[in-house]
Design a protein around this ligand. Structure first.
Ligand code: ATP
Length: 237
């Protein structure tokens, strides 16, 4: 399997707060990899460091075989790594279709933007039905689908989803997870950041549990589901 993302010894600090203390992980081509951990464990910081939004003080991030540790955010997007941030951040006054068009702002060829928007509509028929509706009037789950769809219009090779289940009812979480499986099957590797370990481990191939900026447990999704520490700390009884 080709390696999409390879992180070694990553250290990030915000002033005196050491958010990442030597974090390492990999994502292989075609994988869904879950990054699990409690509030403040360092999940969002990991994604921000990969995206080039925060700078690391040690360690390396390699994507598709190239060192991107110090690369600017735009060049990381250009390499096909797209981040769907926590809280969705869609444009509430723009329609679904306009939101999707904005996902193509780095794509010079308008025909490929239109083609990818049609692919998003095939993947998420609900978005096609609502293409003229204002983003702000969508339900929480629909807004999450729109945020994922918008990222897909950029044509990513790796999509990083930050807490896509946040604030959603269990049935809607299941729909969002199905959507993630669909985009993965269509060929996009996924780094899935979740506090909802149960939902994430249902769809992930592998996972990492992080605590205080370090990986504490890693393995296949089945191994993590059977790990007593993971069960006790993250999966409940
Ligand atoms: P959550 O799920 O709550 O977002 P997380 O696992 O994503 O948690 P991070 O947001 O990466 O965790 O935070 C890791 C640590 O870094 C925490 O102790 C947090 O308080 C701290 N931190 C994050 N962002 C900043 C910042 N901009 N300034 C100072 N400290 C920060």
């Amino acid at each position: 399997m080709n390696t999409v993302l390879d992180i070694h010894g990553l250290e990030v600090a915000y002033g005196k707060v050491e958010a990442l203390r030597g974090l390492g992980l990999t994502v292989g081509e075609g994988e869904i990899v879950a990054l699990l951990g409690n509030n403040g464990a360092g999940k969002s910081t990991t994604v921000s460091a990969i995206s080039g939004v925060v700078r690391s003080r040690a360690g390396s991030v390699t994507a598709f075989g190239e060192n991107i540790t110090a690369a600017p955010p735009w060049s990381i997007v250009e390499r096909g790594i797209v981040h769907v941030p926590e809280g969705r951040r869609i444009f509430s006054r723009l329609t679904v279709h306009e939101n999707l068009q904005l996902g193509g702002y780095t794509v010079p060829d308008t025909r490929s933007i239109d083609r990818r928007i049609e692919q998003v509509y095939d993947l998420f028929p609900r978005m096609a039905e609502r293409r003229a509706q204002q983003g702000g009037t969508l339900s929480g789950g629909e807004q999450q689908m729109l945020a994922i769809g918008r990222a897909m219009v950029a044509g990513p090779r790796l999509i990083m989803l930050d807490e896509p289940s946040m604030g959603l009812a269990p049935l809607v979480v299941a729909q969002v997870m199905d959507a993630i499986v669909a985009i993965n099957r269509a060929g996009t590797s996924v780094l899935l950041i979740e506090q909802n370990a149960r939902a994430a481990l249902k769809i992930a191939h592998r996972g990492y549990v992080i605590d205080s900026g370090r990986v504490t447990v890693t393995g296949s999704a089945a191994e993590l589901r059977a790990d007593p520490h993971v069960v006790e700390a993250y999966l409940g009884a």
